[in-house]
Design a protein around this ligand. Structure first.
Ligand code: BT5
Length: 238
């Protein structure tokens, strides 16, 4: 499969509870297929991971794409992150990635990825939330957020960004489906915001972040020199 084979079909909505929920429901009901993209101007129940909220006003990019998956689906969220960060960088903003699913700009959170699946095992939903022209600085729900317009001091062409994001996703995804995360690892590591920083992962793991392995697990070097893998958990800078 090459990117030309992902037939993007856009479904635009003024307001939805969550674009991910609509995409997951479409898979379950058999109405959604590879290439269906659900876009909303606003979400009333936007979600992050572990029940956290995603809050973004008009001007944000909020979309969920139905894509093919492979098993195990490890590294899927990281693969999507590469596509998003590279799309933003193509517009001149030096976006970086924070494991496992955050897009960062200037030390602040610009966006997040939420990959989910349910029902039909060969399909997966890639949810992308990006602060583009929405106002986020000072928002109590997102204390460390930034938007592209805030970073650049002027509005950004949101439609051009949306096209770039889907184009990059269409190039990255077939690589991940065919070969898993391993061939994408160097690209992720080149965008890694945490590499070389002292981090804490979850409750107990603390050390120097040194990139990700071929499955997308975070590598942390302990003071003893031993390298540990983290497959889940929140990363905080110490
Ligand atoms: C994420 O979760 O970062 C994934 C967010 C995915 C959102 C998209 S929007 C389209 C699709 N439909 C959905 O319903 N979801 C997806 P997580 O790593 O759990 O981060 C959530 C945390 O980010 C929150 O607890 C806030 O602290 C922060 N946050 C919320 N809104 C934000 C915003 N607009 N910008 C930056 N940070 C935000």
């Amino acid at each position: 499969m090459n990117h030309a084979e992902i037939p993007w079909r856009l479904h635009r909505f003024a307001s939805l509870p969550s674009t991910n929920d609509v995409a997951l429901a479409a898979i379950e009901q058999g109405t959604g297929a590879v290439g269906d993209v659900y876009l909303a101007t606003q979400q009333t129940a936007g979600r992050g991971r572990r029940g956290r909220r995603w809050v973004a006003g008009p001007g944000a990019l909020l979309l969920s794409a139905i894509l093919p998956t492979q098993q195990p689906a490890e590294g899927a969220s990281l693969a999507a992150g590469i596509a998003v960060a590279e799309a933003i960088r193509a517009l001149g903003f030096p976006a970086r990635l924070k494991w496992p699913n955050d897009v960062y700009l200037a030390g602040r959170k610009l966006g997040g990825i939420l990959v989910e699946s349910r029902g039909r095992g060969n399909l997966i939903v890639v949810g992308i939330g990006l602060n583009v022209n929405n106002v986020v600085q000072g928002a109590p729900e997102a204390p460390n957020a930034i938007s592209l317009a805030e970073a650049g001091g002027r509005p950004v062409d949101g439609e051009a960004l949306r096209q770039r994001v889907l184009a990059e996703l269409g190039r990255v995804w077939p690589v991940w489906v065919a070969s898993g995360f391993a061939p994408l690892r160097p690209r992720w590591n080149a965008l890694d915001a945490a590499c070389g920083r002292w981090v804490r992962v979850g409750e107990s793991l603390e050390g120097l972040a040194v990139g990700v392995d071929e499955s997308g697990a975070l590598l942390v070097r302990l003071p003893s020199g031993e390298i540990r893998c983290a497959r889940a958990g929140e990363v905080t800078y110490v």
